[in-house]
Design a protein around this ligand. Structure first.
Ligand code: ADP
Ligand code: MG
Length: 686
C-alpha cells in the first residue's frame, strides 16, 4: 500500500485549481494526469522579457514587454482567430491573436482605447507583427506583476509556461516533507537539499543543478533499489533448471537451416536454462537477423521440460504476427499455442485463462495483457520479451511475479543498448549477439529524395506494383498530434487510391483491432499491394514480398526508428529499396543523419549515432511504453549516478536492515513515489 503521506501527490491533476476542460486535454497529452506528474514536469530554461518603448521587427522571436492600446477587433468567421489590432506610443501596429473563440475574453482584456502593459513573444507574420496569446495583458497599475524572468516548461498546444508554472506552484504547496532516504554521508558530500526543498528549487530556478541532481539521484536510486529487491527475491525463490529432450525442436520442419549465429545463441540459452539460477539474458540482433526463431527454440525447450513459456510483444500487430508465425512454424508439432491481448474478451479470453491455469496451453503470446491480474499460469518458467526497449522495469516485474519459481528471462532487441542502460533496466545481465544475417540477403538500397519529386516516386511505385511487388508507404509523424498524423495518412491513402484503386490498404494506431488485422492480413496475403501506414508498422512486421518502402518526411524520424522502418523490407532474397523523402528546409544535422542512413545498413552504427544525437529517452522507451523510465535523469547524470545508486541500494538491503529499518522505511516511500513499488510487492509475495 502506498504510504498515506504521498496521497496528496497521487490525486488527479484536476484537484489543482483552475483546471477546466480546456487544460485537461493539453495536460493529458503531456502525460500529466496526477499532481505528482506536474511536480516532476520540470522547467527546461528561462525566458527573459525585454522592455521596449517601441515595436521593432528586429525583436521578432523575442519575448517583449510593451505598452499597447487596442484600436480595433477583427473576428474571423468560423473557427478562425480573433485579432486585436493594437498600437504602441508611435502608432506602430501589432496584432494580438487569440485562437479558439476567445473574442469576448480578448475584448475584456484589452478594451479599445485603454493602454495595457502587454507581454508575449513577438512574431513576424508575413510583413506584419503579431503576438499569439500574449502571456500578460495588464492595466498599467498592475504591470509590476510580470516577472522579468520566467521558467519555460515543455508544453503542448493550449498550455503556456506561465500556466504550467502556476500549476507547479500549487503542486508544490501540496507536496509534503518526506523522510530522507539518501545515505547521510552521500547527502552531505554532495550538498544536496532535502526532497521537497530540491523540488521547490528546481521549479524556481531551472538552472539549479545541485537540486536537479538530487532529484535525478532519487529516481535512479528508486529504480536500482527495485531491481535489487527483484534480484534478492529471485535468489530467495530460486529458479528451476529446464532440460529438454529436443523432441519438439526436432519435430520442427524449417524451410531453411539455422545460421551459425542462431545455433550459437540457442546453445548459450540452452546452457542458461539448464541452471537453477534464473537466466537473465539480452539477445541483440539487427533487424531481420532471425530473433523470432531463437525465441521459438527457447520456448519449445521450456515446453519439453514440462513448463510453460510466454512471449511478450509491444504491440497488438506484432503479437498477432508472432502468433501466426509460430502457428505456421509449429504446424505438426504437438504444442498448444495461444494468444492474449487487450482485445480478447468474453468466452475466448475465459478459455485462454483456463487453458493457462490448467496447463493445456504451453506457449502464450501476447501484449501487456498477459501480465494482468486475472492471468495465472500453471507453471510459467520462461518469459521472452520482444523489442524489450518498449517495456519498463515495472511491467516486466509484474510478469515475473506470476511465476512460482523465478522464471528465466530472455529479452530481445534490435537496438544495441549501452551497458549503463541495461544496468538501469535489468541490473547485471548476459548478452548474446546474432551477428550474422540469414543467407541470400541483399543490402537495402537507400535513396534520399526531395519532397518536390513526390510524383516521380508515385510513378516508381506504379512500376514496382506492375512487376508484382508490394510496398509500404509510411506517413510523417507530426510530434504534436496523433490526429494530424492520421489525417496525413488518410490523405495519402486517398491520393494513392485515386491511382491504384483498392490495391491500397491503410493501417494506423487508432483503428479497431479486427479492422487492423484485416488490413494487415490482406497485405500479407498479397491482396493489397501498397500499405499506407503510420509508424504502427515500425516494429517487427514481416512480409518478405514487400521490397519497397517509401518514408515521407524522413527527417522527422529518429535514426533508430528509420532503421526499424527500413527493416520492414529486405527480408527475402529480392533486391529492396528504401526511399527517404525529405523536406526542403533541412538542417545540417538532418542532412548528415539521412546521409548516414544512405551510407549504412549497420544497425549498431546507426544506434550509436542516434544515442549521441537524441539521448537515452528513446532507447529506454519512455515515450512508447507510456511508463516513465527516467523523467529527470539525463544520460550524463545516469552515467554518473547509476553506480552510486546501485551500490547504495545494495548497501541498504544487505547491511542497513532492508526496508524495515528507518532509512528503509523512507526508501519504501521513494519506491512508491517513483512507482517502482512492484518491487515491494514482489518481496512480500516471495
Ligand atoms: P528479427 O530478428 O528482426 O525479429 P525475424 O525473426 O522476423 O527477424 O526474421 C526475419 C526473417 O528471416 C523472417 O522472414 C524469418 O523467417 C527469416 N529467417 C530467420 N532465420 C532464418 C534462417 N536461418 N535462414 C533464412 N531465413 C531466416
Ligand atoms: Mg522481431
Amino acid at each position: 500500500m502506498r504510504p498515506d503521506i504521498l496521497n496528496p501527490l497521487f490525486a488527479e491533476v484536476t484537484a489543482l485549481k483552475g483546471i477546466g476542460p480546456g487544460l485537461a486535454m493539453p495536460l493529458d497529452k503531456l502525460g500529466l494526469s496526477r499532481v505528482v506528474d506536474v511536480l516532476f514536469h520540470l522547467p527546461t530554461g528561462w525566458i527573459d522579457r525585454v522592455a521596449r518603448d517601441e515595436l521593432d521587427m528586429a525583436d521578432a522571436g523575442r519575448t517583449i514587454v510593451i505598452t499597447l492600446t487596442a484600436r480595433e477587433y477583427r473576428s474571423s468567421t468560423g473557427r478562425g482567430p480573433t485579432r486585436v489590432h493594437a498600437a504602441d506610443a508611435r502608432g506602430n501596429i501589432v496584432s494580438l491573436v487569440y485562437f479558439g473563440g476567445h473574442s469576448g475574453w480578448a475584448k475584456k482584456l484589452a478594451p479599445i482605447g485603454e493602454p495595457r502593459r502587454v507581454s508575449g513573444r513577438l512574431e513576424l507574420y508575413g510583413q506584419e507583427l503579431q503576438i499569439v496569446h500574449p502571456d500578460y495583458v495588464l492595466p498599467l497599475d498592475e504591470a509590476g506583476e510580470q516577472p522579468e524572468r520566467e521558467a519555460i516548461y515543455p508544453l503542448s498546444e493550449g498550455l503556456t509556461s506561465r500556466r504550467m508554472g502556476q500549476l507547479a506552484a500549487q503542486a508544490l504547496e501540496r507536496a509534503p516533507e518526506l523522510p530522507e532516504w539518501i545515505e547521510p554521508g552521500l547527502l552531505a558530500k554532495r550538498g544536496w537539499p532535502g526532497w521537497r526543498d530540491a523540488m521547490a528549487r528546481v521549479h524556481a530556478d531551472p538552472s539549479d543543478m545541485v537540486a536537479r541532481e538530487r532529484l535525478a539521484y532519487d529516481e535512479v536510486f528508486a529504480n536500482q533499489l527495485a531491481l535489487t529487491l527483484v534480484r534478492q527475491s529471485s535468489r530467495a525463490r530460486r529458479g528451476r533448471a529446464l532440460t529438454g529432450d529436443a523432441r519438439l525442436r526436432d519435430a520442427l520442419k524449417l524451410p531453411y537451416s539455422l545460421t551459425g549465429a542462431q545455433v550459437r545463441v540457442v546453445s548459450e540459452i540452452e546452457g542458461d536454462l539448464a541452471q537453477a539460477q534464473p537466466m537473465l539474458r539480452l539477445l541483440q540482433g539487427d533487424v531481420g537477423s532471425g530473433k523470432t526463431l531463437v525465441a521459438t527454440m527457447a520456448l519449445l525447450l521450456a515446453v519439453e521440460a514440462g513448463a510453460q513459456g510466454a512471449l511478450l510483444a509491444p504491440t497488438e500487430i506484432l503479437a498477432r504476427q508472432h502468433y501466426e508465425t509460430l502457428r505456421r512454424l509449429l504446424a505438426g508439432v504437438p504444442v498448444e499455442v495461444a494468444i492474449l491481448t487487450g482485445r480478447d474478451k468474453g468466452k475466448v479470453r475465459e478459455a485462454t485463462l483456463m487453458g493457462l491455469a490448467s496447463g493445456a496451453i504451453d506457449i502464450l503470446i501476447g501484449t501487456h495483457a498477459i501480465f494482468q491480474e486475472a492471468v495465472s499460469y500453471k507453471d510459467l518458467a520462461l518469459v521472452v520479451v520482444d523489442e524489450q526497449h518498449r517495456f519498463g522495469v515495472a511491467q516486466r516485474m509484474m510478469l515475473q511475479a506470476k511465476a512460482k519459481a523465478a522464471p528465466h528471462l530472455l529479452a530481445m532487441t534490435a537496438t544495441p543498448i549501452p551497458r549503463t542502460l541495461t544496468l538501469a533496466n535489468y541490473g547485471e545481465m548476459d548478452v548474446s549477439q546474432i551477428d550474422e544475417m540469414p543467407p541470400g540477403r541483399q543490402p537495402i538500397e537507400t535513396r534520399v529524395i526531395s519532397e518536390d519529386r513526390l510524383s516521380e516516386m508515385v510513378d516508381a511505385l506504379a512500376r514496382h506494383l506492375s512487376d508484382g511487388g508490394q510496398a509500404y508507404w509510411v506517413c510523417p509523424l507530426v510530434e504534436e498530434s496523433e490526429k494530424t498524423d492520421l489525417a496525413a495518412a488518410e490523405a495519402r491513402a486517398e491520393t494513392l487510391r485515386a491511382r491504384f484503386g483498392d490495391r491500397v490498404g491503410l493501417v494506423h494506431g487508432r483503428m479497431k483491432g479486427p479492422e487492423k488485422d484485416a488490413v494487415m492480413e490482406a497485405f500479407a496475403a498479397g491482396r493489397t499491394g501498397v500499405l499506407v501506414a503510420t509508424t504502427v508498422i515500425e516494429v517487427g512486421v514481416d512480409v518478405p514480398n514487400a521490397t519497397l518502402i517509401v518514408i515521407e518526411a524522413a527527417d522527422r524520424f529518429g535514426l533508430a526508428q528509420l532503421h526499424q522502418l527500413r527493416g520492414r523490407v529486405g527480408r527475402g532474397s529480392g533486391r529492396s529499396i528504401c526511399l527517404l523523402i525529405r523536406g526542403n528546409a533541412l538542417s545540417e544535422t538532418s542532412r548528415a543523419r539521412l546521409a548516414l542512413m544512405r551510407e549504412t545498413n549497420d544497425g549498431f552504427r546507426i544506434a550509436e549515432e542516434d544515442l549521441r544525437l537524441r539521448g537515452s529517452g528513446e532507447l529506454l522507451g519512455t515515450k512508447q511504453s507510456g511508463e516513465a523510465a527516467f523523467r529527470i535523469a539525463t544520460p550524463e547524470m545516469l552515467n554518473e549516478l547509476l553506480p552510486i545508486a546501485t551500490d547504495d541500494a545494495r548497501l541498504l538491503i544487505d547491511r542497513d536492515g532492508g526496508l524495515s529499518a528507518d532509512r528503509g522505511q523512507a526508501a519504501r516511500t521513494a519506491l512508491y513515489l517513483f512507482e517502482r513499488d512492484a518491487g515491494v510487492a514482489l518481496l512480500r509475495s516471495g
